[in-house]
Structures are given as C-alpha cells and as structure tokens.
Design a protein around this ligand. Structure first.
Ligand code: E4P
Length: 214
C-alpha cells in the first residue's frame, strides 16, 4: 500500500517526505484555504517536493468548467491529478479528461456504486471517505472492503485511496482491506511513527551505554 499525505501545508509535507515514506499528496479546497495562500502557487511548490501524484481539486460544478480548470491545473506539472467530485457532471468531466490523458481522482465517494461509476468513467483513483462515514454512524471501512472486492472481481485498474482518515487504526484497517493507497493527515503520521516502548527502549539503551562509556 502506498502512503500519501493529506495536507496543503508545505512544512508538514517536507517533514514527512524526508522520512522516505511518501508516494503522493492530496489536497482539497478546505486544506488549501487553511494555508491562506494562492492555490496554484501552493500546488506548484508541492510538485517540487514530492515526486508522485499530487491531487488538486476543481471548484466548478459543471463538467465544462471542471474540464477547463483541470486543463489549467494539469499544465502545472506532469504529476498533477485532478480531483473531481462524485456527481453526474463530475463523471462527464472524468470521462472527457481520461480520454485526453489527464489523470483524475474522484472524491467524496461514499458508496461502492459511486466508486464503480467513477471507475467506469475512467477515473485513475477513487477516494472513499472513511472518517466522514464513521461520523454519521456508519462503518466507513465497509466501503473500502466492498470496493476492493468489486474492483478485484472485475479486474478494474482504478486505484482506491482510503481518504478522510482520522486515526492510526484507519490506516491499519485500510491496509488490511487492500486499499491501494491511504491518504493520511500529518497528525496521524506523527502518531504512527511513535510507540512508548520504543521511547523507553531508547532511554534504556542510552542509560546502559552511559555506564560503558565512562
Ligand atoms: C481526501 O482526499 C480528502 O482531502 C480528505 O481525506 C478529507 O478528509 P476529512 O474528512 O478529514 O476532511
């Protein structure tokens, strides 16, 4: 499973990228707004840090507008992937873009049927939102399991990005279910890397070593 970071914050991306674990980045309008910077400027900067798919989302709700925005964004860098919301207009845009060789990530996916439609329209990636499903009392991980099963049975090449990840268990579960990618917030990456037993172990080694080196 590949790991993406779900943020538009340059410092966070640089820090986790330096660990050598990142294969890509996802952003969304809310994450970009948090940075208070120009959208294209941020996305361009990210392409200079991570050598992998960088998702940038369109704002238009009509297919024509989405396609126009997508064509502009795709000019920024070869690694740009256009994030398109899962709507009828979104599917039309995905179908046009995929025929023109522009990669897409269909976002705001909350059901296996939506994922299937997105894949049939030619999406490169689909992003089922686990955390937001959990929030409304549904088991978000079930969607991942169903989509993995359906895509496997039918040999569908679209990659599944487990999105809206809120904690480390989501990452483990997504990996066990067979999601191709998990897009993980910075805070969750920081939790994944630590373990109290590791800290204790280091402390103990250093203490013991102090005795040897005296
Ligand atoms: C996915 O690509 C989205 O950016 C993201 O995972 C949304 O997560 P949230 O539900 O925590 O906002």
């Amino acid at each position: 499973m590949k790991l993406f970071i779900d943020t538009a914050n340059i410092d966070e991306i640089k820090e986790v990228n330096a660990w050598g674990v990142l294969s890509g980045v996802t952003t969304n309008p809310s994450l970009i707004a948090k940075e208070g910077r120009d959208f294209k400027e941020v996305v361009t900067e990210i392409t200079g840090i991570v050598d992998g798919p960088i998702s940038a989302e369109v704002i238009s709700l009509e297919a024509d507008g989405m396609v126009k925005e997508a064509e502009e964004l795709a000019k920024i860098h070869k690694n740009i992937v256009i994030k398109i919301p899962m709507t009828e207009e979104g599917l039309k845009a995905v179908s046009i873009l995929s025929k023109n060789g522009i990669k897409t990530n269909v976002t705001l996916v909350f059901s296996p049927n939506q994922a299937l439609l997105a894949a049939k329209a030619g999406a490169t990636y689909v992003s089922p939102f686990i955390g937001r499903m959990d929030d409304i009392g549904n088991e978000g991980m079930n969607i991942i399991r169903d989509i993995v099963e359906i895509f496997d049975i039918h040999g569908i090449q679209t990659e599944i990005i487990a999105a809206s990840i809120r904690h480390s268990m989501h990452v483990i579960e997504a990996a066990r279910m067979g999601a191709h990618i998990a897009t993980i917030p910075y805070k969750v990456f920081k939790k994944m890397v630590t373990h109290p037993m590791t800290d204790k172990g280091i402390e103990r080694f250093l203490k013991d070593w102090e005795g040897v080196s005296k």
